[in-house]
Write a new protein. Structure first.
Lengths: 130, 162
């Protein structure tokens, strides 16, 4: 069975997603199979529809990890409302650099659910107070 | 295993090294070679925190790095050597440790330095040391990430002088 590389979709406020990807590329080099969607100018329904459209653009068997910024913001809420049409989609909120670095480091080698659990752990572990 | 990478980078262990090169080379030891940092254990500890999972990290002086005990440890592992500047790298090479490939990964703006690349600025001493490293047999090139093309020493120096 062919193992499909998970694709990343960052759904964020403004240009945050694009800048996060640009920053990860400055650390890891050029990336493929990552895409962004901004909420700018989109109503709640339009954002949800735009996410669903992106999900359907991905080949049905290819996993997609949907990263959003604020859990309680328009992006986080829209990501909860989307119909994933039975696709292998996983959703995370609170996207940050440590989480994305882990994703791109391990997406080719780690099973999807193990990977997303690790992203949650590492994303939180990246926050420290000293 | 011979040393995987000898990198001159004033940021030492940071994202590009831990993740960018780390992903490509899968190091098990990152050794910072710096007489100055070796004398400041509190600062050294901060850099060591940045080592990726599964990779040991240490700070050694140039003298320690040239000692057979350290070289045996480095060759038993998959090792990246990191130097904060051109001086420590040249001192190690002059102490007799061969550095076949020297990667200039980040020397940032400072008084007296001129720009070769946005992340490589050199003063006259740096240029002389890099030339000396090349004369000692090192292939010197600038490269921030393994997925980006390298810039050879003569090209680096040409950019500084243009």
């Amino acid at each position: 069975m062919t193992r499909h590389r998970p694709l990343a979709l960052l759904v964020t406020h403004g240009a945050l997603g694009e800048e996060l990807v640009r920053t990860v590329e400055s650390i890891l080099g050029h990336l493929t199979e990552v895409t962004t969607l901004s909420n700018s100018g989109l109503s709640a329904d339009a954002l949800r529809a735009a996410i669903e459209e992106r999900i359907l653009e991905v080949p049905a068997a290819q996993p997609l990890v949907l990263f959003t910024d604020l859990a309680a913001g328009s992006c986080g809420i829209a990501s909860r409302r989307v119909d994933v049409a039975g696709r292998p989609v996983r959703r995370l909120t609170g996207v940050n650099l440590p989480m994305l670095l882990e994703f791109f480091h391990y997406r080719d080698t780690m099973p999807l659910d193990e990977l997303t659990a690790r992203l949650e752990t590492k994303g939180k572990a990246g926050i420290t107070v000293f | 295993v011979p040393i995987l990478l000898a990198r001159i980078d004033d940021r030492l262990i940071h994202g590009q090294v831990a993740h960018g090169w780390g992903r490509a080379l899968r190091p098990t030891l990152m050794a910072i070679v710096s007489d100055a940092l070796r004398a400041r254990p509190d600062d050294a500890a901060l850099y060591l925190l940045a080592a990726p999972e599964g990779c040991e990290a240490c700070v050694v002086s140039v003298g320690e790095a040239a000692a057979p005990e350290f070289l045996a440890r480095a060759e038993a592992a998959r090792t990246i050597l990191l130097f904060p500047g051109t001086a420590d790298a040249l001192l190690l090479a002059e102490a007799g440790v061969p550095l076949p490939e020297v990667n200039v990964g980040g020397l940032h703006v400072a008084p007296g330095r001129r720009e070769a690349l946005p992340w490589v600025w050199l003063d006259d001493d740096d240029i002389a040391r890099l030339r000396r490293l090349a004369a000692l047999g090192s292939r010197v090139e600038a490269r921030d990430l393994p997925t980006n093309p390298p810039c050879a020493l003569e090209d680096i120096l040409g950019r500084v002088n243009s």
